[in-house]
Design a protein around this ligand. Structure first.
Ligand code: SF4
Length: 251
């Protein structure tokens, strides 16, 4: 088979519009929490959740920044109040927006008022990012790498990974930030010229995930600087990451 035959056979491998793909139904993205009443004394979703992502007070709420998308709460709920949808546009710049309440129908979006003016001013056409795996398990990192592959090709929007923080406009942190990675994260941040962006990719980076509260973590770096984008997922889907970054940099 010649090269032309192979190209015709394979068709277009890239996704023409990254805001349009529909993921399979089994993909777990934005959860919908119905307003159906819980059974008397039922706390099944809270009890099964490995990361305390669900809080049950008046109703239930689910924190996407803590959720590892295991789906156990959906399976366990006798009232079928929790349904994960295939909506992958769940990145935001407001940590509070990651908490999904009962009956919420709108998706997760960025707060345009919280996007720093210099981000829109300087990075609308080009954004170079340095990725730092701060104790990650390679799941988040694999998906971040996929953002640049032939399918997702985020380079078409001027968004690229760079090898040195000195060439970067911002850093993407994956992993829960272990004690050993606390200093390298700080060194990377210091080496990036102003104005600099911080993106947290994945549940582990946003909250610590299943490692939250363990003594092997040192997340003090996150208390010092504003976070420009939270990209939930365990791991985050490339479409979640790219659509979130585009929403942040586009004027
Ligand atoms: S899917 Fe998320 S909220 Fe549900 S049990 Fe798993 S970690 Fe908890």
């Amino acid at each position: 088979m010649g090269i032309i035959d192979i190209l015709i056979h394979q068709g277009k491998q890239y996704i023409p519009d990254l805001s349009k793909p529909v993921l399979p139904e089994i993909y777990r993205g934005l959860p919908h929490l119905s307003t159906k009443a819980c059974g008397e004394g039922c706390n099944a979703c809270v009890d099964i959740c490995p990361t305390d992502a669900i809080v049950h007070t008046q109703g239930i709420s689910l924190d996407l920044g803590k959720c590892v998308f295991c789906g156990e709460c959906q399976s366990e709920c006798p009232e079928q109040k929790i349904k994960f949808t295939n909506d992958y546009k769940i990145a935001t710049n407001d940590r509070k927006r990651l908490v999904i309440a009962e009956g919420m129908t709108e998706g997760v979006k960025l707060d345009p008022d919280k996007v720093r003016a210099e981000i829109k001013q300087f990075f609308g056409g080009s954004l170079k990012l340095r990725q730092v795996s701060a104790g990650g398990d390679n799941a988040d990192e694999n998906e971040l790498n996929a953002c640049s592959n032939v399918n997702f090709d985020m380079g078409r929007y001027g968004i690229d990974w760079v090898a040195s923080p000195r060439h970067a406009d911002g850093m993407v942190i994956s992993g829960p930030i272990t004690e050993h990675m606390a200093e390298p994260v700080q060194i990377c941040y210091d080496a990036i010229p102003f104005p600099k962006i911080i993106i947290l990719a994945g549940t582990n980076a946003i909250s610590g995930g299943i490692f939250e509260g363990t003594k092997s973590l040192n997340r003090s770096f996150l208390d010092k600087y504003p976070i420009d984008l939270y990209v939930p997922g365990y791991p985050p889907h490339p479409l979640t990451f790219i659509n979130g970054v585009l929403a942040m940099i586009r004027k």
